[in-house]
Design a protein around this ligand. Structure first.
Ligand code: BGC
Length: 237
């Protein structure tokens, strides 16, 4: 009798929705990449239907996959979007998990993009803060590996009457240039260290690689691909 084929390992299709690009990558259940990262530009205006259509195109070239995880740039609760300041107001109240499940025919889990990035890099020891520098300013806090949900530091006042996002988002980097922006990053790290007394802080996001200042020993820059690989953690029950 011919030996039966071993069952195929479930494949997770991970998405990272950003203000300028939508990325997708296939992962194994441990978060290991199963191929290249694909990226398409975020449509503008970034209404739900337009973003979903880009995600459908990315999914079409990523088959087969069994489950889907999404990092979304706003507050998400139970698959429903609560805020999306860098995309479009039409997202507020939109059930992304349900719409994408319908569009792709697979089970879908959605979480905040910084939370997903954090899940891809935390060690599970102590107080770990993760911030993402991209179009927006994302934040995620973990205590012994457990996520403190819905931390939105980006919209908190930081300095000169502006929020962290206004001072450190991509628009500010364009505006003031890398040198001044790096100085601001340094100032933010000092405030965050005083407030959170973290064991470690990791900086992700597409502009993380533009951080050139000398970092304290417990602060590091992590690759932005963690915003995709962290998606596997959404399926660890
Ligand atoms: C959103 C956060 C998000 C961050 C990075 C902010 O504007 O409010 O939820 O994590 O941008 O995308």
């Amino acid at each position: 009798m011919a030996a039966s084929k071993p069952p195929r390992v479930p494949v997770i299709l991970a998405f990272d929705i950003g203000g300028s690009g939508i990325k997708a990558m296939r992962l194994d259940p441990s978060g290991k990449p199963l191929g290249e990262r694909n990226r398409l530009s975020t449509p503008h205006p970034a209404r739900p239907a337009a973003v979903l259509s880009v995600m459908r195109s990315l999914a079409a070239s990523a088959r087969p996959f069994d489950k889907v995880s999404v990092g979304f740039p706003g507050v998400v609760r139970g698959g429903v979007v609560w805020s999306a300041v860098n995309l479009h107001d039409d997202w507020v109240g939109f059930d992304l998990a349900k719409a994408l499940r319908k569009a792709l025919g697979k089970p879908v889990r959605v979480a905040n993009d910084a939370d997903v990035q954090g899940m891809g890099v935390v060690t599970g020891r102590g107080v770990e803060l993760v911030v993402t520098l991209g179009t927006g300013f994302g934040s995620a806090l973990f205590v012994d590996g457990a996520l403190v949900p819905n931390l939105e530091l980006g919209h908190h006042p930081f300095r000169r009457g502006e929020t962290y996002e206004e001072q450190l988002g991509a628009a500010a980097l364009d505006d003031v240039g890398a040198k001044r922006w790096n100085r601001r990053v340094g100032k933010a790290l000092k405030v965050l260290s005083r407030v959170y007394n973290f064991d470690s802080l990791r900086i992700g996001g597409g502009n993380g690689r533009k951080v050139t200042l000398k970092l304290p020993a417990n602060v590091s820059v992590v690759p932005n691909t963690a915003g995709l690989s962290g998606g596997a953690a959404l399926w660890k029950d």
